[in-house]
Write a protein that binds this ligand. Sequence first.
Ligand code: DHB
Length: 393
Amino acid sequence: TRTTVGIVGAGPAGLMLAHLLALAGIDSVAVDLRSRREIEETHRAGILEQDSVRLLVDTGVSDRVLRDGYEHEGIELAFGGAGHRIDFRGLVGASAQLYPQTDVFIDLADARERDGGDVRFGVTDVAVHDLTSPQPGLTFTDADGVAQEVRCDYLVGADGSRSLCRRTVPEDSRRQFFREYPFAWFGILVEAPPSAPELVYNHSELGFALLSQRTDTLQRMYFQCDPATDVADWSDDRIWEALGARVGANGYTLREGPITSKSVLPFRSFVQEPMRHGNLLLAGDAAHTVPPTGAKGLNLALADVRVLAEELERAIRKDDASTLDDYTTRALARVWKAQHFSYWMTTMLHALPDATPFDVRRQLGELALVTGSEAGSTYLAEAYTGWPATTAR
Ligand code: DHB
């Protein structure tokens, strides 16, 4: 097969890129090791920045995001026994949209199918070749067991946090930046009415807890746990006790119900620079990971591919790859802001295992500063609802 852009990874980043390229008249082939069903059933975050919503709506991917999603005009930060609202609408005239990543994926996969896009799920033996040649390639075995070869002009690695594409960049051509955290999140889905109308980010002596929502009858909640936690050790009763104590300390009461999903989410900050190596470009989690606090991961991936589609379109139209380094520059400008924001939200709200009483008091001082000042709240509101797109030079 011959195509213009070969895309490894058909999650939200890969599919959104394929969609934007198709709108510009550029063909692509996207492959993924997972089946469509597997991706649909992996629960991820549920908050979209204002511009992520616009991207989905304005490019014709989804109006379901507006119909089935919920507009949130603020969040609460809860600490020291009470909740404090951050009013996004009042502070920055913006909102966030509660709409799960799994639904973003479903809408994108449906749009690709509707538009006749070439997407292959459930492939095996994926390998990328000749990254720095003008004719890079992609080989894989398709779902029917047939060996396939795709030759293209550009390759995109949108293959997630365990990216194979990232690892094909030679060590002397890349730098990696890491930060590990001594905790993780225990995430659950609950069949119950919402415990609060908006998201509540709880700081407590027992650790962090987040009340989030999905629908009027399904809720998403998280609480800080040890990274080595085994979900099998956590009965529903034990979960309710842990969550209830943390949010109860701040005056919230849980509405309990059957727990339909339990999982442990790892915490990590990671960036690989640059995001281009020859004719291979990295996008989304393949290039960077943020800890989940603040829900930036999916939004960053969408922001990456919006810039990448523009830069690829320019390179393809002019038949000149020399401006593709601009992709790294433009994408990283947002990536490092989001890295800071995710790190900041994480360290402000979690109980650090080696924290001294001074550290805890300092966190409470920081939370009081953020919630008690218009400047502090505005910083959070702006970052949470999303920065404007980095424009082309
Ligand atoms: C959700 C996840 C997050 O990481 C976050 O900061 C807010 C909401 C969620 O899954 O609903």
